[in-house]
Structure formats: structure tokens, C-alpha cells
Design a protein around this ligand. Structure first.
Ligand code: ZN
Length: 184
């Protein structure tokens, strides 16, 4: 199974809304499997389809729950049913914004309705880090990045780093990793 190219900040696909999945076929399962492979290779805890250049409402995850048990799977067409007013603060990073980590405030708990790869509907209640991962990935499906949630000071610092990287890539095209076509 091939590893897909992860799109990085500056690629317009990261700012687009993904479309509802209607075909629960072999192509969807293959995409999810390739995304799991890509996520593992990048040592990520979650990966949204936008991040590999595909505008489908699908993400994969592999992250510990509150008991430390690793949970993993593929989530299709997720919809948030409710969020707790209680919040959690924690460092967040993103495979599309390499080496940037900032604290992001998220709901402590979230209830989500979603579909499985074969189209079955299910609901789940998540808390802690797992809730954070799912919310981060659901944001991707709406073209939202974690830096959009930052306090003004952190957001300005993050954008400065990203601008400097873009300038460095202009001067040395070998550093321009953001515009590589996907390997599929
Ligand atoms: Zn991300």
C-alpha cells in the first residue's frame, strides 16, 4: 500500500470543504487504508482526506483514549451532536503544519454521529485527547486549521514561521515541498 503525499500549509485543498461521501465502495476502503498507512508512516494520530488532496468527508485516527488504550479507525461524514461546556487546554500539532505546536482550547467532551466505511450509522461519545483528535480532523473537513483557534499572539507567531518558510522555499526550490502532486 502506497504512502500518500501529505499536503502542507499553502496548498489550497487544506482550505476547502470536503464533500459528503455517498459511495461506500471499494475505492473508499482503499483510500482509508492508504490514509492509515500514510498516517502511521508520518507518526500522526489523525489524518483527514483533505490532507492527502481528496475532498471527501473521511478521516482516519489512531490515538489513546483516557485509559491509555489505543483506538483507531476510519470515520465518514462525521457530525458533532453536542459539545461539553467544560474545556480542555493542550498542545496541538498538525501533519500539514510540520513542527508547529501551540495550545488549543477544545471541548472536554463531544458526541459525534458518523458512518463507517460500509455506510453504517453510529454515534460515539469521546473525551480528552481522543475528542481533541476528532475535533481537529473534523475541522480539516471544513477547511479549518488548528492555527485558526489560537490566541492572537500565538497565531501571529505561527503565521510568521509559515511566511519565513515560504520565503525560504522561494529562494531554494528544493525546499518547496508544498506543491508536489499526490502519488496516486
Ligand atoms: Zn491537522
Amino acid at each position: 500500500m502506497s504512502v500518500l503525499t501529505i499536503r502542507v500549509f499553502g496548498d489550497p485543498v487544506l482550505r476547502q470543504s470536503a464533500r459528503t461521501v455517498t459511495d461506500f465502495d471499494g475505492h473508499l476502503a482503499q483510500l482509508a487504508e492508504a490514509m492509515h498507512t500514510t498516517m502511521r508512516a508520518a507518526e500522526g494520530v489523525g489524518l483527514a482526506a483533505n490532507q492527502v488532496g481528496v475532498l471527501k468527508r473521511l478521516f482516519t485516527f489512531a490515538a489513546p483514549d483516557d485509559d491509555g488504550t489505543l483506538r483507531h479507525g476510519s470515520v465518514v461524514n462525521p457530525v458533532v451532536l453536542s459539545r461539553s461546556t467544560e474545556q480542555q487546554d493542550g498542545e496541538e500539532g498538525c501533519l500539514s503544519l510540520p513542527q508547529l505546536y501551540y495550545p488549543v482550547l477544545r471541548p472536554q467532551q463531544v458526541a459525534v454521529e458518523y458512518q463507517t466505511l460500509d455506510g453504517q450509522s453510529d454515534t460515539v461519545e469521546l473525551s480528552g485527547f481522543l475528542a481533541r483528535v476528532w475535533l481537529h480532523e473534523m475541522d480539516h473537513l471544513d477547511g479549518v486549521l488548528f492555527i485558526d483557534h489560537l490566541a492572537k499572539h500565538d497565531r501571529q507567531a505561527a503565521l510568521k514561521v509559515l511566511r519565513e518558510r515560504a520565503l525560504a522555499a522561494d529562494e531554494d526550490p528544493t525546499k518547496a515541498v508544498s506543491l508536489l502532486p499526490p502519488m496516486m
